[in-house]
Design a protein around this ligand. Structure first.
Ligand code: NAD
Length: 512
């Protein structure tokens, strides 16, 4: 049995699949099929029939019904079920990680890391289920007490990007589940197999616990069809969407028009400042992983290096030496450091960006082309690329979702921070420095304007314990750790009068 068959068997996948589920059945009646090809070899892995409008309504109707049961289950019991999901993921870690690599193209260690992130967030959510709490507040009225409660919100819509085909759903769903919300998941139509596999794992856990169908739901389909239905559906109070800024602007408009809530996790344009006062060995390792890891297809990928002029030449030289050694190829081969881009369209985006680079005064220092001859005869493999260019070039201001790193010089720390912040996006950022003053300035209100700001840590990769998300065109949403759970619940302020006498707030008198 080949690797693909082994993965498919272990995860309940077949070569023809239906794209809608609210429990143990998969169904679809749209007649519209999505073909899923391996980004590595081009092999047709499977085809999935998209959810039709009727399928979609069946699924959301079931989620509405399931909400009645799920919200009544005590939160720690919901947490216990999420804990069991984490155990099931531990058992399937290897095979699910391999599916991520097979379908999305990231190297195996990163595929496994993504499943580990799911396990971590399940553990986190399980503990959280016992501490979802609001404060008790002092009332201005005699013998009154005020408090805040958090209640389940209702079924929520989760729309995910191709590049984290399992982890992003789990950040949302593990929290939503303990908060009492059913989840309707629309995965990227580039990676539906990962979503179907996740649903197959969680539905067994739900069944073993007697949870009625509809708490975890999947609707596979394109953004323009199934995605648009989710946006317009006022039964889904919250839409948590991860993807490009272009997609986020559309979601903000449509969901905003019905006064629904959103969590938007959009594109980044992340920079790392390399100070002359830094440990340059650590800086090099972090910049290299940040720029080349996941073939530059992370929202937190390092896209810009802002390097002190005194160390610029030697640092760039060492980066190029590292780039020359990158082994590009099959992501499931343990020797491979960089897999393919997701599809040929992504390669065109990479090539178009390099045309713009040259038109806008940039110089390619390394890479800049597709692999020739292409591995597996596929046009999806490119060289990781380093470009010297000005920060204000138009192409540098946009996120190209490919391994292109822009390098530039600075003289003073204030200049470095100004360059750092002079882009429309605000997701992740970092500075390498051993100067306390520089580090503190970078983290201060005068420093990085991003949702994530690190010192002596790169831009790429985040732990689940912190709130994850970014500012400006990154959308302002927060997921995963800290108090991100609050977005998945509705807040209620309560005032209780235990004294019997009626007192109006602000001392207002009102008698007949
Ligand atoms: P994309 O915007 O093309 O698609 C993301 C998702 O949105 C997909 O499921 C897609 O089908 C859906 N979608 C597209 N149009 C829609 C519409 N009109 N209505 C509803 N849904 C719609 O993004 P992608 O290429 O899959 O992923 C890469 C992008 O995601 C990058 O910009 C990256 O930075 C971003 N991303 C951000 C984060 C974050 O946490 N900030 C994490 C991962 C990826």
């Amino acid at each position: 049995m080949g690797e693909k068959d082994r993965i498919f068997n272990a995860l309940g996948l077949k070569v023809a699949l239906s794209g809608a589920s609210y429990g143990d059945q998969w169904f679809a009646g749209s007649g519209d099929w999505i073909e899923v090809h391996s980004p590595t070899t081009g092999e047709l892995l499977a085809k999935v029939e998209q959810a039709s409008e009727a399928d979609y309504n069946t699924v959301v109707g079931q989620a509405m019904k399931a909400f009645e049961f799920w919200r009544a289950l005590p939160a720690p019991n919901r947490g216990e079920i999420v804990r069991q999901f984490g155990v099931a993921l531990r058992e399937k870690k290897d095979v699910l990680g391999r599916l991520v690599s097979l379908e999305m193209g990231k190297i195996l260690t990163e595929g496994l890391g993504e499943v580990q992130e799911m396990i971590d967030v399940c553990d986190y959510a399980s503990g959280l289920s016992r501490t979802l709490s609001g404060p008790t507040l002092q009332s201005e009225r005699p013998m009154h007490r005020m408090m805040e409660q958090w209640h389940p919100l209702g079924p929520i819509g989760v729309i995910t990007a191709f590049n984290f085909p399992v982890a992003v759903w789990s950040w949302n769903s593990a929290l939503a589940f303990v908060c009492g919300d059913p989840v309707v998941w629309k995965p990227s139509s580039k990676t539906p197999l990962c979503a179907i596999a996740c649903q197959n794992i969680i539905r067994e856990v739900f069944q073993a616990n007697g949870v009625p169908h509809g708490v975890s739901c999947v609707v596979v389909g394109r953004g323009s069809t199934v995605g648009e239905r989710i946006l317009a559906d006022s039964r889904l109070t919250l839409i948590s969407a991860t993807g490009s800024t272009r997609m986020g602007k559309r979601i903000g408009q449509v969901v905003g028009a019905r006064l629904g809530r959103t969590i938007l996790e959009l594109g980044g344009n992340n920079a790392l400042i390399i100070s002359d006062k830094a440990d340059l060995t650590g800086a090099l390792a972090s910049a290299f992983f940040g720029a080349v890891g996941t073939a530059g297809q992370r929202c937190t990928s390092t896209r810009r290096l802002i390097i002190h002029e005194s160390v610029y030449d030697s640092f760039v030289h060492k980066m190029i030496a590292n780039y020359e050694k990158v082994k590009i190829g099959d992501p499931l081969d343990p020797k491979t450091l960089m897999g393919p881009l997701i599809d040929e369209e992504a390669v065109s985006d990479y090539q178009n960006a390099l045309v713009a680079v040259r038109q806008q005064g940039g110089t390619v220092l390394y890479g800049g082309k597709a692999l020739d001859p292409p591995p597996f005869g596929r046009r999806t493999f490119v060289l990781p690329t380093i470009v010297e260019i000005r920060n204000d070039a138009e192409i540098v201001q946009t996120e190209t979702f490919a391994p292109i790193l822009y390098v530039m010089k600075y003289r003073t720390i204030d200049e470095a921070i100004a360059l750092h912040n002079a882009v429309p996006q605000g997701l992740s950022s970092g500075i390498f420095t051993d100067s306390v003053a520089e580090a503190e300035k970078f983290l201060s209100f005068k420093g990085s304007d991003c949702g994530i700001a690190n010192v002596n840590v790169g831009t790429s990769g985040a732990e689940i314990g912190g709130a994850f998300g970014g500012e400006k065109e990154t959308g302002g949403g927060r997921e995963s750790g800290s108090d991100s759970w609050k977005a998945y619940m509705r807040r209620q302020t309560n005032t209780l009068n235990w004294g019997g006498e009626i007192h109006l707030a602000q001392g207002v008198e009102f008698h007949s």
